[in-house]
Design a protein around this ligand. Structure first.
Ligand code: ADP
Length: 526
């Protein structure tokens, strides 16, 4: 039997018996076969002693059962690792930050409590997946869209708490959260925002309630177990269209991104923009990389190839949702704005008026149409998995040039090919900043993973030297990433730990989450 750190086998056995009494024997998992399902199949410590493995898992189906579990955990000082549907792949999946934690698996709490298509929101439990919510809306013919991530598994609760993103105008998932119900470490139940007002009629319509706004505290944190969440949805649009903007020269990227930024901040461009480069794609297809490796071709040489092959340097597919005459005018206006860049060209894309039967299978389009799917897994090549490396960078062409050079030099220094990194170019998951999303390859091979971890650590370190920090990270690297947010001698981290010790004095909730350790377990900080 695996036992949580600092807990005797006798105490752990007693706790397991009490868990069984509280939620039923069949929902307490201790066998190796069951616990293997809570391993991270993309673990950077695959089959090494540092791999994060659970000592047991418990799956309650009600808030009362969650309260009972939390109280038992307090009695025996059992660390619990909360998950919703546990699809956090590339960031740890179902595995805890501290080995030996008991996974508190909320997948059975999967009730869709309300979907309102007049004020456009849903109230859901943690085990409700994006597929569940999508199907429910379809079956009830409700006039709202969800915003799934790609891949579209996972849950609105888990993904929003991790501050994940999608592609529609509701892409910033945490920004769409409105009202939570949370079980605290002491078993108390808190409703945030208007939910604190008994009989409130606006829990899912007005986020802030009265007094300090606490919802952010429960995201990427270990301060509570979220048992209900309000999520804003998008009114089902009348139509969708997309179009591609292309510019020919290297330096065109600077006005290109400035224009995107202005249009986005003016609410004319909505949804996620993925920067693309047909010319750099060509270079990759020829065996090169999209990064600027030392000794690689100059911008002028690339531009010459672009002219020869008729390939634009930069492009982006822009998307529009709404009434046809509005989105037509938006696309027209966008074209006018980009036309000031000499040589810019445009291509009309797909156009749908709803309701319609979508025959397309392109994964990115489905996600942009609010349809969850799993096609993105086709991206993984030559590896058994990947670690998500995802720094936030400024929305500027100059920074993108800098990033291509910085990471190109880093890969050269490490002596590895950056070919299998998904994309070198950023996305706009969030308003006003860009996100880079690299996948550092993971293997079922100890030596190769040692190398991948070194690469990952260097990526974090070098990014921080440029003022770029990750938005989210794998459980094995939470301490390291938390460490770079070190302004004023780690003042933010000290606040996190002060809150942790006040709210969870026995340190039972998700020790190590986001680098936050309770006092009694701080020796486990990496
Ligand atoms: P998803 O349901 O989208 O697959 P996960 O269940 O993998 O998301 O959750 C991602 C992370 O978010 C977890 O590792 C955990 O740290 C945190 N988390 C998930 N659900 C909850 C919850 N209900 N309360 C508090 N934290 C949670």
């Amino acid at each position: 039997m695996r036992v949580p750190p600092g807990v005797s086998s006798e105490d752990f056995s007693s706790a397991l018996t009490q868990f069984e009494n509280a939620i039923g024997k069949e929902w307490v998992f201790t066998s190796e076969a069951d616990l293997d399902l809570y391993r991270d199949s993309y673990s950077p410590y695959w089959h090494e002693k540092e791999d994060r493995v659970a000592s047991a898992a418990v799956a309650p189906d009600s808030i009362e059962q969650v309260q009972k579990i939390v109280r038992i955990a307090n009695t025996y000082k059992i660390p619990l690792w909360t998950i919703s549907t546990g699809r956090n792949l590339a960031y740890g999946a179902t595995s805890p930050a501290m080995s030996g934690s008991v996974v508190l698996d909320l997948k059975r709490m999967n009730r869709i409590l309300e979907v309102n298509d007049k004020n456009h929101y849903a109230l859901v439990e943690p085990g409700v997946s994006y597929f569940d919510l999508y199907r429910y809306i379809q079956e009830h013919q409700l006039n709202v869209w969800i915003d799934p991530p790609d891949p579209g598994w996972g849950s609105p609760v888990g993904n929003s708490l991790e501050r994940g993103g999608g592609r529609t105008p509701m892409r910033d998932h945490f920004a769409s959260v409105c009202g939570m119900e949370v079980v605290l470490a002491n078993g108390d139940i808190v409703r945030t925002g208007m939910g604190a007002l008994p009989g409130s009629k606006t829990w899912q319509q007005y986020k802030y309630g009265f007094g300090p706004y606490l919802d952010g505290m429960f995201s990427q944190s270990n301060f509570g177990v979220v048992t209900k969440m309000g999520v804003w949805l998008m009114p089902a649009p009348d139509a969708y269209r997309d179009g591609t903007v292309m510019v020919p020269r290297h330096d065109d990227l600077i006005p290109f991104i400035e224009t995107i930024s202005c249009l986005m901040d003016s609410d004319i461009l909505r949804g996620t923009m993925m920067l693309e480069s047909p010319l750099l794609d060509y270079r990759v297809a020829q065996g090169g990389t999209a990064f600027d490796m030392p000794g690689g071709p100059s911008a002028e040489e690339m531009e010459r190839i672009g002219r020869e092959k008729n390939l634009p340097y930069w492009s982006a597919e822009l998307r529009f949702w709404g009434a046809p005459r509005v989105i037509d005018a938006q696309w027209q206006y966008v074209k006018e704005k980009f036309s000031v860049i000499p040589g810019s060209t445009f291509k009309d894309g797909r156009y749908y008026r709803f309701p319609t039967q979508i025959k397309e299978t392109a994964a990115d389009l489905l996600v942009a149409l609010g349809i969850p799917n799993l096609s993105v897994f086709g991206l993984i090549q030559n590896a058994d998995g990947h670690l998500g490396f995802s720094p936030i960078i400024p929305m500027s062409g100059e920074t993108i040039f800098e990033a291509l050079k910085v990471y190109g030099e880093l890969y050269a220094e490490l002596g590895i090919s950056p070919r299998n990194q998904f994309t070198a170019l950023p996305w706009s998951y969030y308003p006003r900043a860009l996100l880079l999303l690299f996948g550092v390859s993971i293997y079922h091979d100890v030596e190769k993973n040692r190398r991948s971890r070194e690469i990952f650590k260097r990526l974090v370190e070098v990014s921080a030297q440029h003022g770029w920090g990750e938005y989210r990270t794998h459980v094995a690297f939470m301490d390291r990433v938390a460490d770079i947010y070190s302004y004023n001698n780690h003042a933010l981290h000290r606040v996190h730990e002060t809150l942790k010790d006040a709210l969870d004095p026995n340190g039972i909730l998700s020790p190590g989450k986001s680098g936050i350790w309770p006092k009694r377990l701080r020796q486990f900080k990496a």
